[in-house]
Write a protein that binds this ligand. Structure first.
Ligand SMILES: [Zn+2]
Ligand SMILES: [Zn+2]
Length: 208
């Protein structure tokens, strides 16, 4: 049984997801963004088994440093972005000084790879490599729950004009990976409201 709580964090209203499951008192965080105070208050009495990053843009990793220090939990990130956590240039925090100070933290403890199974909080998550918005973008699937980062949004897709972004890769990731999941799959994106694969197949104007 997966329980999902959503926290909209920071100036870009990035969705952080707090997952709890079969093991009482244990949790996983996906994409702890900037200004993580509400999330930090919530996890006071939880053991964090892992921080999973869909990708290493500043608005998704802005809370990593603080939570990792507080909880001593490992971070998982695709190795194509292994230098990004320590580089304000690569994670984008240098580019919008009015939005964000330069951000840098230690590298991830573990690499993510396509097809990998992650056994966390008593559940098994499958990792999909879904590049395009960024080279190391990953999506995480548990049963019919999909965490899609900045690849697929409700009625939208991720931008491809940032370093390492590529429109054709993004469309391939959506068409050939995400759209192979059942229509009932619930999509929890990096920004904005949740949706389903079926709804996006029918209505998303950016996927063709
Ligand atoms: Zn992003
Ligand atoms: Zn984002």
């Amino acid at each position: 049984m997966l329980n999902i709580e959503t926290f909209s964090l920071g100036p870009l209203e990035t969705n952080a997801y707090l997952l709890t499951g079969a093991e009482e008192g244990k949790a996983v965080i996906i994409d702890p963004g900037m200004n993580p105070e509400p999330l930090i208050r919530r996890i006071e009495n939880l053991e964090i088994e892992a921080i999973l990053l869909t990708h290493a843009h500043f608005d998704h990793m802005g809370g990593v440093e603080e939570i990792r220090k507080l909880k001593g939990c490992p971070v998982y990130l695709h190795d194509l972005e292994k230098d990004w956590l320590g580089s304000p240039k690569l994670n984008g925090s240098l580019r919008w000084p009015s939005v964000c100070p330069p951000l840098a933290t230690e590298p991830a403890e573990y690499d993510l790879a396509a097809g990998q199974k992650l056994n966390l909080i008593g559940l098994t998550f499958t990792v999909y490599h879904t590049p395009g918005h960024s080279p190391g973008s990953c999506s995480f699937l548990y049963e019919n729950h999909l965490f899609s980062g900045d690849v697929l949004f409700r009625m939208g897709v991720g931008r491809t004009d940032l370093p390492g972004g590529r429109e054709q890769d993004l469309l391939n990731s959506i068409q050939n990976t995400l759209f192979t999941f059942s229509d009932e799959t619930i999509v929890y994106p990096g920004h904005g409201p949740k949706t389903t694969i079926g709804m996006e197949k029918q209505q998303n104007p950016y996927v063709y």
